[in-house]
Every structure is written in C-alpha cells, then in structure tokens.
Design a binder for this molecule. Structure first.
Ligand code: M6P
Ligand code: ZN
Length: 187
C-alpha cells in the first residue's frame, strides 16, 4: 500500500460519493406499521419516498471493532399530523452507541430507553447527538425542506426493527398547530 492515500469516499455538497456506497430508499408502502393514522396513509401514494440512506460499509456487517458511516435524507411531509420519519430501531447488540450530526434542515431525534421512557432532541445544522447503547432512535423531519444527517455506528451493532414494529415508541411526534409536540402514542 502507498504511504499516502487519498480516500475516494467523501462528502460532495451533501452527497456521499465514491465507489461501493450502499443506497436504500424507503417509501410509504414500506412504512405502514410506523404511522398511526392509517386513513391518512391510504390517501397518499404508496410509492412516495419518505427517506433515503447512503452508507459506507468499509468492513462486512457484524465485524467487531469496526465502524459504519451513513447519511440519511428525510423528505418533508406528514401522514395526518405525524411528520415523515425513519423506522427507528434498537441496536441488535444493545450496548452499542451511535453519533448523529445534523447537516441541513430541521428535525427531531426521538430517543426511547428500554423502560419506554421517551424524549426528543432538536436537530439543526451542526447539532451533534450522542445516542447511548440500549436506546432506540428515530428521526423526524419537522421542516419544509430535506433533513439530512450523518451517522457513525459500530459495525457489529445491527438493527433490531422488530421490537419497534411490534411495540412502537411510547411517544410520537405530531404537528400541533404548526409546532412539533411529543405526545403519548395511542395506536
Ligand atoms: C442512520 C443510521 C442507520 C439507519 C438510518 C435510518 O443513518 O442510524 O443505521 O439505518 O439512520 O434509520 P432506520 O434504519 O431506523 O430506518
Ligand atoms: Zn442505530
């Protein structure tokens, strides 16, 4: 290997570019179990893109002692009074943490511990969020423009979506007269 290496994965504006970037996109049709207002959901096209994730996986999934990096782009929008948001997850290995850094837009990071205590942190360009292990995390776009944020997490953390898909978060983020409010989740 050369002594001096020029990395080929980099930010370009707000895009993650380079070889071997993994890209996924989630549509409303993939997110039926996370939004409460099923009537509002059905009134929207199932192929509406809610968010995209570009990820850099330098080592195989599950590798101990490695790190992953990703950028998530959540489009503006709502299902009823609930903002467009990510699925949300605990880590499969519960004691693995994560860092989020907001790049652009405005939003909220919703955090829930294993006792189902939930609170939220406001995301704004430059805001840095430390997510301890054992904490479920979900992000919502509360603005009128794309919310993008970068994330760094351990390569052996894994995603546990099942717990959230069956039990949900104990609180949801809704638009109350133009202001985001965290309210009890009553499905
Ligand atoms: C961040 C990281 C990723 C995660 C993504 C979308 O980029 O936490 O691990 O996949 O957000 O969140 P989710 O997987 O909950 O849909
Ligand atoms: Zn995570």
């Amino acid at each position: 290997m050369a002594d001096i290496v020029v990395p080929s994965v980099k930010f370009s504006g707000i895009e993650l570019t380079g070889p071997a970037i993994d890209r996924l996109s989630r549509q409303l049709g993939d997110l039926e179990d996370i939004f409460n207002d099923k009537q509002a959901l059905q009134a929207l096209p199932a192929d509406t893109t809610v968010y995209e994730v570009a990820s850099y996986f330098p080592v195989p999934d599950g590798t101990t002692a490695g790190l992953f990096f990703g950028i998530t782009y959540i489009h503006p929008g709502k299902v009823g009074d609930e903002y467009f948001m990510t699925k949300g997850h605990f880590h499969k290995l519960r004691d693995r943490g994560e860092i989020y850094i907001c790049i652009e837009g405005e939003g909220m990071l919703i955090l829930m511990d294993e006792q189902r205590q939930t609170h939220a942190e406001k995301m704004y360009p430059g805001s840095i969020h430390y997510i301890n292990g054992h904490i479920a995390h979900r992000t919502a776009n509360t603005g009128n423009t794309v919310l993008s944020f970068s994330a760094v997490w351990p390569s052996d953390a894994g995603h546990d979506y099942d717990t959230i898909s069956t039990e949900g978060f104990s609180k949801i983020l809704v638009d109350q007269n133009g202001t985001p409010a965290l309210v009890d989740n009553q499905p």
